[in-house]
Ligand binder design. Structure first.
Ligand code: C5J
Length: 223
């Protein structure tokens, strides 16, 4: 098989294998990234997440141009909310909760405008879209089966939010045997301190559950 393409990363080079990797975009949905959605209803500034869009567009374009696999996830629930336990539904004191009507439709409900992926990063034909009820991409989904069927063992991870759905997915992936490279400028948090600490946690302790690199370093390895 072709030699790995080393990506300059923390805690050390990531041996990117084009035959075994997939790019994953986690929850780049209007509900998190655009005004009027779930993220803003929880009191957050969506601008903090929007800075990921331009670097991620470049990563997506380069990955697609090489014909490498791309997968998307969306966090959300069935219209009857039967897959949203009270432990999730009753969080905090938002002005609008999951399932409630908002300017972009019912918040985090599948099929609603706000639940879908932002136009800038819309999936193209052939790219799986994994609908997930939880924070992690494996819980309650066929994500693991889709990856196994495609022979994927490495995940290049992007999306939002760094300390919630990105972390949960990367930790779960590492437990399941995947090597994960998280692109630092293509993941976003509403909290600058969580962004910084969340990235540091991944590569600390010898890369306790993954690697981190900039999108520029990923693109340089692909070039
Ligand atoms: C959150 C996510 N933060 N996609 N979801 O509720 O990280």
């Amino acid at each position: 098989s072709a030699p790995a393409l080393p990506v300059s990363a923390l805690p050390g080079p990531f041996p990117l294998d084009p035959a075994a990797m997939a790019l994953v975009l986690i929850d780049m949905q209007r509900d998190f990234l655009e005004p009027g959605g779930f993220g803003e209803s929880l009191g957050n500034d969506v601008g903090m997440l929007r800075r990921t869009i331009d670097p991620l567009r470049a990563v997506l374009a380069a990955t697609r141009a090489l014909g490498l696999p791309v997968l998307h996830t969306r966090e959300g629930h069935l219209p009857d909310l039967s897959d949203c336990p009270p432990s999730k539904l009753n969080r905090g004191a938002p002005t609008r909760r999951i399932g409630d009507p908002g300017p972009n439709g019912r918040i985090l409900v599948r099929g609603e405008y706000g639940h879908d992926i932002i136009d800038e990063l819309a999936p193209v034909d052939g790219e799986p879209v994994i609908d997930k009820p939880g924070k992690g991409a494996f819980y309650g989904t066929d994500f693991g089966e889709v990856l196994a069927a495609a022979g994927i063992t490495q995940l290049v991870v992007t999306g939002v939010t760094t300390e919630v759905c990105v972390h949960t997915t990367v930790r779960e992936a590492n437990d399941r045997g995947f090597d994960c490279l998280v692109l630092s400028d293509c993941v976003g948090s509403y909290f600058p301190e969580f962004q910084q600490a969340g990235l540091a946690m991944i590569s600390a302790q010898g890369g306790i559950f993954g690697w981190t690199a900039s999108s520029a370093d990923y693109l340089a390895a692909l070039a």
